[in-house]
Design a protein around this ligand. Structure first.
Ligand code: NAG
Ligand code: NAG
Ligand code: NAG
Ligand code: NAG
Ligand code: NAG
Length: 150
């Protein structure tokens, strides 16, 4: 049982650190509300597609932001339509590449659209992330070994 847990833990650590790019992911005003703890996910093509599909609501051409890429950006967008007291649209997630989708042309709308984007820091942090991952891995395997032996 513990061995299995250690194995699963090790696998998920490997997975999380293999690509490194983590962004908060939420879709919809409720999920993205400031009072929520927004879960961070590893950026994958599927997460990118999910995010960009939402952003298609406002941005005219999102093609290049779904391209396959080793680099990802975290994006955060919310919109409040004129006259509304609350946001009417909110998304956070990943886009492909280091370019900001925020500078893309938008459709016409009445309201205020806020967008921020930043390149995920994975490439600059790779070394320290890898070494802490391998320390964690070693600990997990030692625990696994002790549990199996006892
Ligand atoms: C967030 O929490 C604060 C304090 O708990 C509350 O006053 C506020 O109305 C909440 N905001 C939303 C959007 O739920
Ligand atoms: C993402 O969308 C593109 C274009 O629609 C598609 O070619 C690709 O297979 C999708 N990838 C995933 C992981 O869904
Ligand atoms: C969208 O952008 C891509 C890449 O920037 C470009 O190749 C394509 O022609 C554009 N599509 C439209 C409909 O403007
Ligand atoms: C966008 O940002 C501005 C300045 O921070 C803020 O006043 C406005 O309420 C924001 N709009 C939305 C829809 O979040
Ligand atoms: C924005 O509001 C103006 C004035 O109410 C209206 O004429 C226009 O059609 C609206 N545009 C959109 C995109 O809803």
């Amino acid at each position: 049982m513990f061995r299995l847990l250690a194995f699963i833990g090790a696998l998920s650590v490997c997975f999380a650190y293999a690509t490194g790019a983590n962004c908060p992911l939420c879709i919809g005003v409720v999920a993205c509300s400031t009072n929520q703890t927004i879960p961070k996910v590893t950026c994958t093509p599927a997460v990118v597609n999910q995010t960009v599909l939402q952003l298609n609501t406002f941005y005219r051409n999102t093609t290049e932001f779904t391209a396959s890429s080793k680099v990802y950006s975290c994006v955060k967008v919310n919109f409040r339509s004129t006259g509304s007291q609350v946001d009417t649209f909110a998304v956070q997630g990943c886009t492909a590449g280091s370019k900001s989708i925020c500078r893309q042309p938008t459709i016409d709308f009445n309201g205020s659209l806020n967008c921020s984007s930043q390149t995920s820091s994975s490439s600059t942090n790779n070394y320290s992330q890898r070494s802490s991952a391998s320390v964690l891995l070693s600990v997990l395997f030692i625990i696994g070994a002790i549990v199996t032996a006892s």
